[in-house]
Design a protein around this ligand. Sequence first.
Ligand SMILES: *Cc1c(COP(=O)(O)O)cnc(C)c1O
Length: 410
Amino acid sequence: MVALPTTQNGASTPQDRRFGTLAVHAGAPHDPTTGAVIAPISLSTTFAQTSVGNPVGLYEYTRSSNPNRDNFEQAIAALEHAKYALAFSSGSATTAVILQSLAAGSHVVSVSDVYGGTHRYFTKVASAHGVQVTFSPCIELDVEELIRPNETKLVWIETPSNPTLGLVDIEKIAAVAHKYGILVVVDNTFLSPYVQNPLDHGADIVVHSVTKYINGHSDVLMGVAAFNSDSLQERLSFLQNAIGAVPSPFDCWLAHRGLKTLHLRAREATTNATAVAKALEASPNVIAVNYPGIDSHPNRAIAVKQHRNGMGGGMLSFRIKGGQEAAHLFCKYTKIFTLAESLGGVESLCEVPSSMTHAGIPKDQREAAGVFDDLVRMSCGVEDSEDLLADALQALEKAVAATKVENGSA
Ligand SMILES: *Cc1c(COP(=O)(O)O)cnc(C)c1O
């Protein structure tokens, strides 16, 4: 929560440093009493005071602030080019706190294909608190029409979208929203701060499910929001404490450890996803590939403008020939890609959105958003490219052949 991390020995300011250096060092001071290079985990829930209202150090009670949480928040603020960051117990809790900060009667405009849990919160929880959300499948075209002057307080974007990897031009949306004094929130979970920094493109708040790329090892549930505004810091840090949906010190410590290799993991995941996307695209067994890192992507120009070096990140999806059955079989036949929900870990995963993560959405709505029964989503990890390629291609061959035999067309 503390603004702008400071460096040891008055060295060059952190703002001058590059991503990998910040990932390793921001919010990671040596322990002042022992010299420990890695911060201890501060499990104590309360902190001694020398006299009434005079704590020994900076801390009083762990829900209000904790050393491990502060360190993690400083690191995220540095990596997202933000003045402030606030950590929460999950990505969903982060969304909830931002929505709770709006007054009853507020209105939100959101992209249609948001994360399922975000959609659920918008439609089933926010409405109970008098906050209405309008969804748009083409927000770049109609955001201005959907804005209700004086009522609309937020525009919520997820780019890339899940699971079809569509991109939104953040700068374009921010220009419209800011004309009306409306804040823009970007869920940056799918790319991580290494690939995209939404605040640099005009967003007011960037949110992450830390559970995914930032922690990166599929063993922590956590969320974070980063922003520059002092008034947002006042409002959201008040709610962080008042609502109390905060992460444990141990989870903050683990997520901070994961974060230190984010740049290495994000680069490797992009290399792997690019190789897999290109191989799938070249296969006669594939109908279409959604991956923002290759030229066939309809929003490639936005990727080049918004992503570091035009990187596509580690997520892709593709339509397999042979319908839903082939999609299910593909996920059964892969040996390295594990059939599971979630994403962003060191291990590669695959899933069938229409039957798993997006099963709750009515078929016609799903298909309108490109989520067909034959769509497979893949999260590429950091295994060796050649092994991932071979695994995907053998599963593809086998799945498509099996459906052809069954349909008597072999
Ligand atoms: C997982 C995810 C969330 C929710 O985060 P949790 O940590 O699971 O609560 C929000 N947005 C996106 C894009 C996600 O992938």
